[in-house]
Design a binder for this molecule. Structure first.
Ligand SMILES: Nc1ncnc2c1ncn2[C@@H]1O[C@H](COP(=O)(O)OP(=O)(O)O)[C@@H](O)[C@H]1O
Ligand SMILES: [Mg+2]
Length: 348
């Protein structure tokens, strides 16, 4: 899922169901009216992070969150929104890596009738529709400089242009961006616009990896277990041995991995006492199967990305005319159509 709108804002539910899946509220009960930050942890870094979040949340400042996968970047963004003056408006998480640039742009900025093949009528973009809310641009390093220029306009001029339109429309959004990549390096390699970086980096926050705050492991483990118990009306408990095993581990996948490990242990434990042997973190495949370590992509993901790029640039060169694109890429139109559908380049 790439783009979502929080529930609880009826106008958005349904209105966009064709294109955007409504994202579930974070199951930890985190919502617009939460009076806590929802961040579990007692380590000095987390306490300081919480203090900074509480202080900056009410301001309109743009926030840039850096941290490894699973360190809680999205949770931080939600906490900022939940403690801001924008809680009556939506929190919109946008995963910039999970969706093609063409689709991302038409979702965010909207488009005018005839802007591209399939644009049969004018459509408002999310930035316009959810104006007044908070947009969380996750994996911002994966965007292209062209998209970055458009985002810069949103932050700097508070306006957007619908795809295919020359007129500007005012929008009022707070931007929070996140990445696990080194943006300085991306700037050096001309993959990331320096001007956007400085605009985003007004308030930098760092989500520290779990291995640098091991004292948070037991707290988080209990937090995730309590959630498991609540969901499953269970009464599982972590034994001392299980906690020791968890605390000894480095968690390259951070809180996300701990969450998975705890849930798996709770589900598989033979009785309510979760023992060390019920906790499987031997560095085996189980923990990292569906969350490859940051920066690593599966071969299938790499292939998809390359195909998407090839199709998008051919579409641009050929004004979106499928037959011409198919000829250039030496595939049948049917194959091209199928691929585009699978890659999310085409909705029908
Ligand atoms: N400090 C924390 N307190 C409570 N839950 C956390 C904390 N950090 C991360 N989590 C949980 O761990 C999971 C991964 O966090 P997420 O925000 O998605 O990480 P990221 O966006 O950095 O990949 C989520 O379920 C989140 O609620
Ligand atoms: Mg994330």
């Amino acid at each position: 899922m790439a783009v979502g709108v929080e529930p609880g804002t009826p106008r958005f539910e349904g209105a966009r169901r064709e294109a955007i899946e409504i994202r579930e509220l974070a199951p930890d009960g985190y919502g617009p009216h939460a009076d806590t930050l929802g961040l579990v942890g007692a380590s000095p870094v987390i306490v300081e992070l919480g203090r900074r979040i509480a202080a900056l949340a009410p301001s309109p400042a743009t926030v840039f969150v850096h941290g490894e996968t699973g360190t809680g970047k999205e949770l931080i963004a939600r906490a900022i929104h939940a403690n801001s003056r924008r809680t009556s408006r939506p929190f919109v998480p946008v995963n910039c890596a999970a969706i093609s640039e063409t689709l991302l742009e038409s979702e965010l900025f909207g488009h005018v009738k005839g802007a591209f093949t399939g644009a049969v009528k004018l459509r408002q973009g999310l930035l316009e529709e959810a104006s007044g809310g908070t947009f969380f641009f996750d994996e911002i390093a994966e965007t292209t400089p062209a998209f970055q220029a458009k985002l810069l306009r949103v932050i700097q001029e508070h306006e957007i242009r619908r795809v295919g339109d020359n007129a500007s429309i005012p929008v009022d959004v707070r931007v929070i961006a996140a990445t696990n990549k080194d943006l300085k390096q991306a700037i050096a390699e001309k993959r990331f616009r320096e001007d956007l970086f400085y605009r985003l980096n007004v308030v930098p926050l760092h989500a520290p990896p779990l291995r640098e705050r091991k004292e948070d492991i037991p707290l988080l483990a209990h937090h995730f277990l309590a959630r498991f118990n609540q969901r499953n009306t269970a009464r599982r408990m972590l034994t001392h041995g299980a906690l020791q095993k968890l605390t000894a581990y480095d968690f390259p996948g951070n809180a996300r991995e701990l969450e998975n490990v705890v849930e798996q242990a709770a589900a598989l434990a033979r009785n309510d006492e979760i023992e060390a042997e019920d906790v499987s973190i031997d560095g085996g495949a189980s923990a990292s199967l569906d969350t490859p370590p940051s920066g690593v992509r599966t071969l299938a993901q790499e292939v998809d990305k390359a195909e998407r790029r090839a199709i998008e640039s051919a579409m641009e060169r050929n004004d979106g005319q499928l037959e011409k694109v198919a000829r250039e890429l030496e595939v049948s139109t049917t194959t091209l159509w199928r691929k585009m559908k699978r890659l999310g380049l085409r909705k029908e």
